[in-house]
Design a protein around this ligand. Structure first.
Ligand SMILES: *[C@@H]1O[C@H](CO)[C@@H](O)[C@H](O)[C@H]1NC(C)=O
Ligand SMILES: *[C@@H]1O[C@H](CO)[C@@H](O)[C@H](O)[C@H]1NC(C)=O
Ligand SMILES: *[C@@H]1O[C@H](CO)[C@@H](O)[C@H](O)[C@H]1NC(C)=O
Length: 409
């Protein structure tokens, strides 16, 4: 993709400039590179860009990722989302044991259920690949993990468990046994969650790019054992040395000029891939980001999508919506605001800064599409990167509120 004389610059950028969006728990960004390296993927004809307007019968879900203290519990609107996915404090230690949030932290978060008794709070596991690989490969370790998860959730009044494993059988430190191991592990969890006084929910954060989904999951089994999949429809484009040009974090649809794999890197394609491969619409939560992605352009006068870029923006790689609003309001010269009517997303540029983000319009259009498709609802990543501080207006959490309004209208 890059011409050869670029390579030294690009490698420099890779080594010194690229910031790691670690807070986003997202390792999807290498899918393109792996696609190119591993030429084994076949591209077959697509027949799933049809719009299906049959509505799901189950109640609509708006599931939001929430990291402790981002924002503090007192600032979380307990009525904004139907489900909160509490992320960041559940992992696996070097002895293959799960560890969980401190009980005082759990109690603090559970206060939200006093305000809204309908709110469901799930705990998200963000496991290290090698450790979860060990667990799912070994029935005894799995049994111990399932027991400790079930007991922790029931003791601390959680409503379910969510697994954000990025990604089985796909990551460089993953094992080929992960795919089937995951299925057995989910089956055991499902069995354990079914018994007892209250049924617990079981969900997973799953990849959006089909190149990952195809390798990582046995989709019919996920359909059998999970209540919902949270499809991470973001990070489709992000600065890297093998993709040294601008792109949208979360385009809804393909642009007419996008060909081959580029035409598949969007929310609609990814989500319908899951439908085509055996996931019920009533179990699909289509991911919507509240964060954007920033680039530094090579030339300020080339500022369209797919313009050459030399690194992340001066604000870094991941952008929150408060910062976008601050930049739009202040500053001499100001940004030029653009709207891409194919991809249905905004971007803005000023000098060599090029920022792709979500606004109320883009997230509303995604929510509208979700309704038209009859999916269970939306997943949002995350509360922290929406404007909870009031930089945009007095209306806090404007993006998630916009999604909520469309979904429950
Ligand atoms: C739309 O989706 C429903 C439920 O998934 C399915 O039964 C129906 O056949 C679909 N219709 C079309 C036209 O694809
Ligand atoms: C699992 O536990 C059983 C009974 O404690 C033991 O006999 C067996 O060797 C263990 N298997 C593995 C793979 O550790
Ligand atoms: C939003 O991003 C800006 C710029 O990177 C940062 O200074 C600020 O702390 C962020 N706000 C939140 C709530 O994370």
């Amino acid at each position: 993709m890059a011409s050869v004389k670029w390579l030294p610059i690009l490698i420099f950028v890779l080594l010194f400039c690229e910031s790691d969006g670690a807070k986003n728990y997202n390792h999807q960004k290498d899918y393109l590179w792996k696609f190119v390296k591993d030429g084994s993927h076949k591209l077959v004809g697509d027949n799933f860009d049809v719009h299906n307007t049959s509505f799901a019968s189950s109640p609509t879900v708006l599931s939001c990722y929430y990291e402790y203290n981002r924002p503090p519990v007192d600032k979380v609107d307990a009525f904004l989302c139907t489900h909160l996915l509490f992320i960041g404090l559940c992992d696996i230690d070097s002895n293959n044991r799960l560890f969980f949030p401190n009980v005082n932290v759990a109690r603090d978060v559970m206060r939200l259920k006093k305000t809204n008794p309908q709110l469901k709070i799930l705990l998200t596991l963000t496991p290290r690949n090698q450790r979860i690989s060990n667990i799912v490969l070994n029935r005894n370790l799995s049994a111990v993990a399932v027991r400790s998860i079930t007991s922790y959730l029931r003791t601390n009044d959680f409503d379910g468990f969510d697994i954000d494993w990025e990604f089985p059988s796909w990551s460089s430190d993953a094992k080929p046994t992960d795919k089937n191991g995951l299925t057995s592990f989910l089956k055991m969890l499902r069995g354990s969650f079914r018994s007892g006084p209250k049924k617990l929910l079981l969900t997973m954060a799953t990849s959006a790019p089909w190149t990952i989904s195809e390798k990582a999951y046995d989709i019919p089994s996920l359909n059998k054992y999970l209540d919902f999949v949270n499809i991470m429809n973001y990070d489709f484009h992000d600065f890297s040395w093998y993709e040294p040009f601008t792109g949208y974090n979360a385009p809804l649809f393909a642009k007419p000029l996008e060909i081959w794999l580029l035409s598949r890197l969007n929310t609609a394609y990814s989500t319908l891939y899951w439908v085509e491969n055996g996931m019920d619409r009533s179990k699909i939560l289509c991911g919507i980001p509240t964060y954007g992605r920033g680039y530094t352009l090579l030339f300020s006068f080339l500022h369209s999508v797919y313009a050459p870029a030399i690194g992340p923006s001066k604000f870094g790689d991941g952008l929150n919506y408060s910062m976008i609003c601050d930049e739009q309001r202040g500053g001499l010269g100001g940004y030029t605001l653009e709207w891409d009517d194919d991809a249905k997303v905004p971007y803005m540029h000023k000098g060599r800064q090029w920022l792709a983000y979500e606004d109320e319009r883009s997230v509303s259009l995604k929510a509208q599409w979700i309704k038209e498709q009859g999916f269970a609802g939306a997943m949002v990543f995350d509360l922290a990167s929406d404007d909870w501080q009031g930089s945009c207006s007095y209306n806090l959490f404007p993006l998630i509120k916009a999604i909520n309004r469309v979904l429950f209208d």
